[in-house]
Design a protein around this ligand. Structure first.
Ligand SMILES: C[S@@+](CC[C@H](N)C(=O)[O-])C[C@H]1O[C@@H](n2cnc3c(N)ncnc32)[C@H](O)[C@@H]1O
Length: 290
């Protein structure tokens, strides 16, 4: 997969996420931010970690979740993602603000600063921390206290689209359960810099790890990805990417018969091309405060 393909995947994911996000949790976020904005004389300060190609600030803007005056810092470690985010925000009506930030100005003023860097190296204090499809890639118990340190006392966190151990394909094939089991195990065993690089059950783990790290959960709901025929927007590409990720993780796996796995991948690929495949991933949205 080329770098460009990853940015295309993140763009293709936008419509899937839009359908999936739990509206009740999002409404609760909007209410918390509007309460906070009433108390503030300064703009609301938002930090988004692992921000990808910038789809979250525009989503929150479109859905009226961000207060009229917001200063949004979006950090991602991949420079190509940040470059794609800059292009996307410009397409969506943001203009350069002279000092490196992008500004959306109608009756609201939303400043977005795009940062290439490590989510855990950012400084400052924020009213809202966002990590979408992010915590399932890191060592949760290590990450949460460090991320919560970036929030003011009483600050809000929003962790939508957190994977929670469900990978479902329809029509069902005999090898599906084995593949899901090994794919989830592969996620559980990945490491990076000597630490766990995520877990397939991160969503449910938030209910115990958040209080341990000093947070309180205020709202939670499921945000399962459901992609079924006929595929809107670029969602056939989204499915090909998911299939490619599973193929990359399991090809040559010693507990899988090579020929059977190759046949499974080819069958799924054909089903995507003929728009016959349905894919469901179980995920959770969690909102709270520190
Ligand atoms: C699954 S993608 C999700 C992107 C975006 N939040 C979305 O939902 O479309 C995870 C993102 O986190 C970024 N990422 C992973 N670890 C990171 C870290 N330690 N610091 C900053 N970004 C990181 C990756 O580059 C990738 O863009």
């Amino acid at each position: 997969m080329s770098g460009n393909d990853f940015q295309r995947y993140l763009h293709a994911k936008r419509t899937v996420d839009d359908r999936a996000l739990d509206r009740r949790v999002l409404d609760r976020l909007a209410a918390a931010l509007s309460d906070r904005a009433r108390e503030l004389s300064e703009p609301l300060r938002v930090l988004e970690v692992g921000a990808g190609v910038g789809t979250m600030p525009t989503r929150l803007l479109d859905r009226g979740v961000l207060p009229d005056r917001t200063r949004y810092v979006a950090v991602d470690e991949r420079p190509e993602n940040v470059a794609a985010a800059r292009d996307y925000l410009r397409e969506r009506g943001f203009d350069g603000n002279g000092n490196g930030t992008l500004r959306y100005d109608d009756d609201r003023t939303i400043d977005v600063e795009l940062v290439v860097g490590d989510a855990f190296g950012i400084e400052g204090e924020y009213d809202l921390l966002i990590g979408q499809a992010f915590l399932d890639l890191v060592d949760l118990s290590w990450a949460l206290p460090r991320l919560f340190d970036r929030l003011r006392s009483g600050g809000t966190f929003y962790f939508p689209i957190t994977f929670d151990g469900g990978t479902i394909f329809v029509p069902e094939l005999e090898l599906d359960d084995r593949i899901a089991e090994l794919y989830h195990r592969d996620m559980d065993e990945r490491t990076r810099d000597g630490r766990s690089a995520g877990h397939s059950r991160t969503g449910r783990r938030l209910f115990s790890r958040v209080p341990e790290a000093g947070g309180e959960i205020l709202a939670a709901g499921s945000s399962d990805w459901v992609v079924h025929p006929s595929y809107p927007a670029d969602e056939a590409f989204f499915l090909r990417h998911i299939l490619g990720t599973i193929e990359g993780a399991l090809s040559g796996h010693q507990e899988l018969d090579d020929a059977a796995f190759d046949a499974w991948v080819e069958t799924r690929r054909g089903q995507i091309e003929r728009e016959e495949l349905t894919y469901v991933a179980h995920q959770l949205d969690v909102l709270g405060r520190v």
